[in-house]
Design a protein around this ligand. Structure first.
Ligand code: SF4
Length: 182
């Protein structure tokens, strides 16, 4: 059973302050519509090794969430300047959260798994062509919340976090990640 009091100093040591604890088995809202937005609307559909079609069905994702009693929902606000600085900021965020995942794992939480706040940015361009086995960094690449069929809007709103459809690039992005812990 995960111990929140033990986790708080670890989380904050990694510079993460805007977060809350959730129960993944109950609090993660999923929807088939999320998968359909990947299929019809995302230009990257079927190309990344961390996105559909490289991921299991929504039913399997739901089953995975049901195996965890604790999660950390992390919120980050990110301004959009240009494509390259957005990629660099997302990469830095991913590395920070992977370091947290590792430290939690080393504290004997063997099931910990990070779901990232964005499509994988570990490579400048994903060359996996939608095949998990062709990922060049299998140890560190992680799926995003939306790739796992999570309704990020509803999940975040249920905990009072801000999120809405952005009208243009002048508006700050609200990014969400989840660490599944057990
Ligand atoms: S690590 Fe590289 S190859 Fe693997 S999913 Fe990420 S971008 Fe694609």
């Amino acid at each position: 059973m995960a111990n929140r009091e033990e986790l708080i100093p670890i989380i904050e040591r990694h510079g993460i302050t805007d977060y809350c604890f959730i129960d993944p088995s109950k609090d993660i809202v999923t929807g088939q519509w999320v998968r359909f937005h990947c299929m019809f609307g995302c230009p990257n559909y079927g190309t990344y090794a961390t996105c559909p079609t490289a991921l299991p069905s929504l039913e399997v994702c739901r089953e995975l969430f049901s195996e965890y009693s604790l999660g950390i929902l992390i919120h980050t606000t990110m301004p959009y300047v240009d494509k390259e600085s957005s990629r660099a900021a997302t990469l830095a965020l991913t590395k920070q959260q992977l370091a947290l995942e590792r430290e939690i794992f080393l504290n004997d939480y063997r099931k910990v798994l990070l779901l990232g706040g964005s499509t994988c940015k570990l490579c400048a361009k994903c060359t996996a062509d939608g095949k998990r086995e062709d990922c060049v960094n299998k140890a560190q690449s992680r799926p995003s919340l939306e790739a796992m069929g999570i309704d990020v809007y509803q999940t975040a709103r249920n905990f009072g976090f801000p999120i809405r459809v952005l009208k243009d690039y002048s508006e700050d992005m609200n990014r969400y990640s989840i660490l599944l812990i057990e």
